[in-house]
Write a protein that binds this ligand. Structure first.
Ligand SMILES: [Zn+2]
Length: 311
């Protein structure tokens, strides 16, 4: 859309954003868009799932332990200063290894959600295997923190076609990680008429701190580590654009990554900015999902594309 066609709008600036809304979607009265600050406390799990030998490498383990030891406490202080409640996605293994840290997140009033057991990806997993990971993660969060999460985020955002049905079966209310929308939607577990559904809270790699910041030699990253000034500027552009679209800004940070001093300071500036945007609802993922559940949205059905015959 050109600048010329945006202004002046025949319906006025306060109404223009409504045209971008999907059918049946709206925010609560007085709200024009939403922002969730989410944190995946991967700690060691995201490394050990693919590199079990790294359990013997103190340097790598200490890099991951920065999250529970230093990043989470700093981020909790930040959120407390800002009066913002966030959602923390916690692998079961992280909960078992760092129980006091997970309880500190719970006790600070934040939402705790499911993030696998040992950060297992879904690619190549069968549904029975996926269900075992789901249940083991639930058991760990219950045993450590007495929490029964309603939200799920697939490790690596690898959500399989089978997993939504497992989420509905085990009482989850939402998933966060598909990438086909700017707004939350109803995710049907199958194409069957009347099939169960969960709420989907879409995310995107561009709003994840892993790619710009993270570097572990031989494991992840290119060695080019972005400046927080650049990253926060990019995230702010997306926040402001999604507010114009009436969408959901879903930021995904990892405490071992964005808990570092200048990154956390940049994040706090972004939180301050988000709170200053008129009509922007800063909420937990669970709060947004609960709102979306009140809407009569047509379910979205995802089916795998049929591959063409070989030439
Ligand atoms: Zn993760």
């Amino acid at each position: 859309m050109s600048a010329t066609s945006r202004s002046p709008s025949p319906v006025g600036p306060s109404e223009a954003w409504r045209s971008a809304m999907p059918p049946g979607f709206r925010w609560p009265d007085g709200v024009r868009a939403a922002a969730c600050f989410s944190f995946d406390i991967d700690a060691e799990s995201a490394i050990l799932i693919d590199h079990p030998e790294a359990s013997e490498h103190l340097d790598v383990m200490s890099h991951q332990a920065y999250g529970p030891r230093t990043g989470v406490p700093r981020l909790l202080r930040l959120l407390d200063r800002q009066g913002v409640r966030a959602t923390f996605f916690v692998p079961g293994y992280t909960a078992e290894r760092w129980p006091e840290m997970v309880r500190s997140v719970r006790d600070a009033g934040h939402e705790i959600a499911h993030h696998g057991y040992l950060h297992e990806g879904s690619r190549g997993a069968d549904p029975d295997e996926e269900e075992r990971h789901l249940l083991r993660g639930l058991e760990a969060l219950d045993a450590v923190a007495g929490v029964r999460p309603v939200g799920y985020r697939a490790p690596n955002w690898e959500l399989s076609y089978a997993l939504p049905a497992l989420l509905a079966k085990h009482g989850f209310r939402y998933d966060s990680g598909l990438m086909d929308a700017d707004h939350p939607y109803r995710l049907a577990v199958s194409a069957e008429p009347g099939a169960a559904s969960v709420v989907e809270l879409p995310a995107h790699w561009s709003l994840d701190d892993w790619e710009p910041y993270n570097y572990l030699p031989g494991i992840t990253g290119s060695g080019v580590i972005a400046s927080p000034a650049d990253v926060i500027a990019r995230w702010t552009l997306e926040l402001d654009a999604l507010v114009d679209e009436g969408g959901l800004f879903m930021l995904t940070n990892h405490p071992f990554v964005s808990g570092r001093a200048s990154r956390a300071a940049g994040l706090e500036r972004l939180v301050t900015h988000a709170k200053s945007v008129d009509g922007l609802w800063v909420a937990t993922c669970g709060e947004v999902a609960a709102w979306v559940e009140t809407l009569d949205l047509p379910p979205t059905v995802h089916t795998p594309p049929i591959l063409p015959d070989a030439p």
